[in-house]
Design a protein around this ligand. Sequence first.
Ligand SMILES: [Fe+2]
Ligand SMILES: [Fe+2]
Length: 290
Amino acid sequence: MARWTVDSIHWENFDRSKVDPDLLILAKTASVVEYNSADYVTYLRNVFKGDEEFCQAVDVWGEEEIQHGLALAKWAELADPSWNFERALERFRQSFQVDLNAAESIRGSRSAELVARCMVEVGTTTYYSSLRDAASEPVFKEICHLIAVDEIHHYNLFYRTLPKYLQLDPLTKWQRAKVAFSRALEAEDEELLYAYAATNTTAPVTKENLPIYLREYMGRTMPLYTHKNFLKGMNLAVRAIGAERLKWLPGLITNLALAIFKLKARTFNRARARAVYEEALLMPLRYEST
Ligand SMILES: [Fe+2]
Ligand SMILES: [Fe+2]
């Protein structure tokens, strides 16, 4: 059973004056990605066919991810009454489809799939904790906190299942690290960028504009991460690859990653500022008639 519902959120605390327009953009983006998790339930059910206990847990996981989407969507509609979740979702589904009907894991084995799933949940719990800490609007803060906690439970589901599959499909720690690293690099994957465009722009969503979507989305996301939240996530990530004895590793990855994020965010945000400036230059001059 879900630990909370959309109705149990304290919507009465909503304070419009505290809505941050940049976080609203990120909430709209996340709402459709979370809601689309049903596709991943089908995929995981295929990959883990025969393990009914795990498949049932995956069903619950999928319902919780959908609930994350619904809570974010409801908040975004409240913060921006001109925005419509159903319409945005439709646009997202038209612009982006993933082929998840594979019978075997796209990661090469079921144990590799579980390591990759752990990394997704590490990414989401770190992200929502950072959103929560950056937000001042009370309802959005509450939603992000509830989601961040759920994502840790999801991590635990995949992490607890891992030892059983490591016996069936063994992976060295090095192989686990490679899977984790390649999944972490997908944080900038196209799904998020299409979601950004479908939920926040009115122009047709096109592949050619992906660099613009990347700049707009990552320029807002990367500066949110704090050392505290990132380090917590990296402790979980290091556990997923079986390297928890290397106590120095989470701190090292955190420092390196945040330094890279800082540089990339600066590049993205300079490009965003330049684009606004160039657009302003092209605007026809308007003279007030006296
Ligand atoms: Fe989620
Ligand atoms: Fe999750």
